[in-house]
Design a protein around this ligand. Structure first.
Ligand code: DX5
Ligand code: ZN
Length: 217
């Protein structure tokens, strides 16, 4: 388990001032910038695409952790790589050949992640885990910020912690959805080392204090 890193989700940012918001998150001590890409098909909401990622790229040197909730996902990988993504995370349900998708992301020179919906079992990753740089456990059903953490996902985090440790490789174990100071502590205890937080980062406007609180400070 690596040191805890905080990945604010810009889903809760002011979309009219995204560049400024990202600079503020960097100044506030964020580790990754989590960018939620939704297509209105794989999930019931629409957000941003590669053009917005590209426009944001000059605003920070932080890792762009791009969470792709789109299907089919393969035709869009190159565009997100060109736009400046650092990590591309896909859902195994978003295409028929997740192993090939992961290989493609790595061939593009990016870090590859796989994400599990609340109803998707950890064993879905059994045959690709060693290929991954990041595993993303969804602790809400993807599509919207501000939902409540689903407790059953803690068991999945624990199971994945064990599988990741067994590989002996450095693989981020990231949790996304309903993370606040309380659920952050529980997710870290279960083995998570990257926390995505939208609502909890932006709430009240003091991003630095909010991020420090999520880290356990
Ligand atoms: C949900 C997204 C999350 C979301 C988290 O589909 O993947 O990244 O922004 O928002 P909060 O932290 O508000 O639950
Ligand atoms: Zn996300």
């Amino acid at each position: 388990q690596q040191p805890v890193r905080i990945a604010p989700s810009i889903l809760s940012a002011d979309f009219a001032r995204l560049g400024e918001e990202i600079r503020a998150l960097e100044a506030a001590g964020a580790d990754y910038i989590h960018i939620d890409v939704m297509d209105g098909h794989f999930v019931p909401n629409i957000t941003v695409g590669p053009m917005v990622v590209k426009a944001l790229r000059p605003h920070t040197r932080l890792t762009f952790d791009v969470h792709l909730m789109i299907s089919p996902v393969d035709p869009m990988l190159d565009a997100f790589a060109e736009a400046g993504a650092d990590i591309l995370t896909v859902h195994p349900e978003a295409g028929p050949h997740v192993h090939r998708t992961i290989q493609r992301i790595k061939a593009l020179g990016l870090r590859a992640g796989a994400s599990l919906n609340p109803g998707t079992p950890a064993k879905m990753l059994d045959y690709i885990l060693e290929e991954l740089d990041l595993v993303l456990v969804m602790s809400v059903n993807p599509g919207f910020g501000g939902q409540s953490f689903i407790d059953s996902q803690l068991r999945k985090i624990e199971a994945l912690r064990k599988s990741i440790d067994k590989t002996g490789k450095t693989i981020d174990l990231e949790v996304d959805g309903g993370i606040d100071a309380v659920t952050a502590t529980r997710a870290i205890a279960a083995g998570a080392d990257v926390l995505v937080a939208g609502t909890a980062t932006f709430k009240g406007g003091d991003y630095a204090a909010n991020i420090a609180r999520l880290r356990g400070n």
